[in-house]
Design a protein. Structure first.
Length: 180
């Protein structure tokens, strides 16, 4: 867990007001979590922390790239990231998560651990469809060998007409409109 030391932000002893931190989010963060879909990354995290008397306001700004596996050809590709999120940290009796944007830490704490939030924010920013971007010539950026295999498979399956498949004959005989 030493990989996560950089993500523990100390606020005890800091004056009230704004404080800025710059972190590099790389593979070491994602290797710490078992289910990470991100394998490599080069993301700069600019963190602005506003310290108040009863609360911290953390503004995260992510910019860089992450490596993902393409849903179509299964090769890795770079996905650009550029987004920001805000987190409110309140002080209370014990650790609790009030909502997506509000968390509570005990009064005696001197650091706020943002590793889990960085991990979650980056995963939530992933696109639903993860596919290589098209090339400059407007061609698919996917592995051409895999695309050819995929096209061959699709050609074979489209030659089989579902209406002649004997497995469907019994289902065609079912009558759902009868009142019996």
């Amino acid at each position: 867990m030493n990989n996560l030391k950089a993500y523990k932000i100390g606020f005890k002893g800091l004056s009230f007001g704004h404080h800025s931190f710059l972190l590099n989010v790389d593979r070491s963060l994602f290797d710490t979590f078992e289910q990470s879909e991100i394998h490599e990354s080069e993301v700069k995290l600019s963190l602005d922390m506003e310290k108040g008397e009863n609360m911290l306001v953390l503004d995260f700004a992510f910019k860089g790239w992450i490596n993902l596996d393409c849903d179509r050809c299964l090769d890795a590709y770079r996905q650009e990231v550029d987004f920001s999120r805000r987190l409110f940290v309140k002080f209370g009796e014990e650790f609790a998560e009030q909502s997506e944007e509000v968390t509570i830490i005990p009064y005696g704490e001197s650091h706020v651990d943002i590793a889990q939030y960085v991990y979650e924010f980056l995963h939530l920013a992933l696109p639903i469809r993860r596919i290589h971007p098209d090339t400059a010539a407007h061609q698919p950026g996917c592995n051409p060998e895999m695309l050819d295999r995929f096209k061959g498979f699709m050609a074979r399956t489209s030659q089989v007409d579902g209406s002649h498949d004997p497995a469907w004959e019994a289902l065609k005989k079912l009558n759902f409109d009868s009142e019996d």
